[in-house]
Ligand binder design. Structure first.
Ligand code: GLP
Length: 244
């Protein structure tokens, strides 16, 4: 769906998430949310905070899994996705910290594989993700599944694309400071979610959105895999949809 602006679109996405949380609450169940970082979802989180503060939306029954984290990365670093999530959502709602899951950027190299498997297993044991929200990188990555990622890939350590590191360089004060690797949920992990929403705003994303939505399905643009799922919705603003 295409909306006139990111604020309107973000409210629609936040409402979707809030509805899941409330419905699960009524049934005495947990809501299992797959969350994303980057500029794209910030307004969704802002609206969720508003719903918490003004309309009593509680996060007590919410368990979250973030898509990815840079590697290596200290959780308290300014650029970590832990810091991002705290600042943009978790510090402002009543979520239990024990219910927050973000890939660990401090793991020893030889501990990564087991931790990635445990991350997947935890999602499975909880019954799977009720919803996964996604942004899209200009390489066509979802999470940090860069070009070359397989459709059935699981949570793993990946090497970041040069364009991705360039796009992140502003946050790090120069590309040379951007980590070369990241830990990300796989395309396969994302696909297991019962509902997937990919959001994109601004003309900066128009070209990659055209490729993701209309292009040939290929590992060169991992977001094209989303064409294979019936549970995916693209939520766009007029500008990111301008080439469709
Ligand atoms: C990072 C994140 C992605 C995100 C992408 C786009 O690479 N790992 O999950 O989709 O940035 O970022 P932005 O939303 O700032 O355009």
């Amino acid at each position: 769906s295409v909306y006139p602006d990111p604020s309107t679109a973000s409210k629609v996405v936040a409402k979707r998430i809030a509805d899941i949380i409330r419905k699960k609450q009524e049934n005495g169940e947990n809501a299992i949310l797959g969350l994303a970082t980057g500029a794209t979802p910030v307004k969704v989180y802002a609206e969720l905070i508003r719903l918490h503060k003004e309309e009593g939306l509680s996060f007590k029954n919410v368990i979250t899994f973030n898509l990815d984290e840079y590697y290596p990365m200290q959780p308290d670093a300014a650029q970590s996705y832990v810091t991002f999530m705290n600042k943009n959502l978790f510090d402002h709602v009543d979520i239990e910290r024990a219910n927050v899951n973000i890939p660990d950027g401090t793991l020893a190299v030889d501990a990564i594989n087991a931790a990635c498997e445990a991350y997947e297993q935890k999602i499975t044991d909880l019954g799977g993700l009720d919803i996964q929200i996604l942004g899209i990188g200009r390489t066509g990555h979802i999470g940090f599944n860069e070009p070359g990622s397989a459709p059935n890939s699981g949570t793993r350590v990946v090497t970041l694309d040069d364009l991705t590191r360039r796009d992140a360089s502003r946050d790090f004060g120069g590309k040379e400071n951007v980590p070369r690797k990241a830990i990300t949920m796989g395309v396969g992990t994302i696909f297991k979610a019962r509902e997937i929403i990919l959001m994109a705003w601004s003309g900066n994303k128009a070209e990659i959105i055209k490729k993701a939505v209309e292009g040939e399905i290929s590992s060169e643009i991992p977001a094209t895999y989303l064409q294979l799922s019936d549970n995916v919705e693209f939520i766009l603003d007029t500008e990111s949809a301008s080439l469709l």
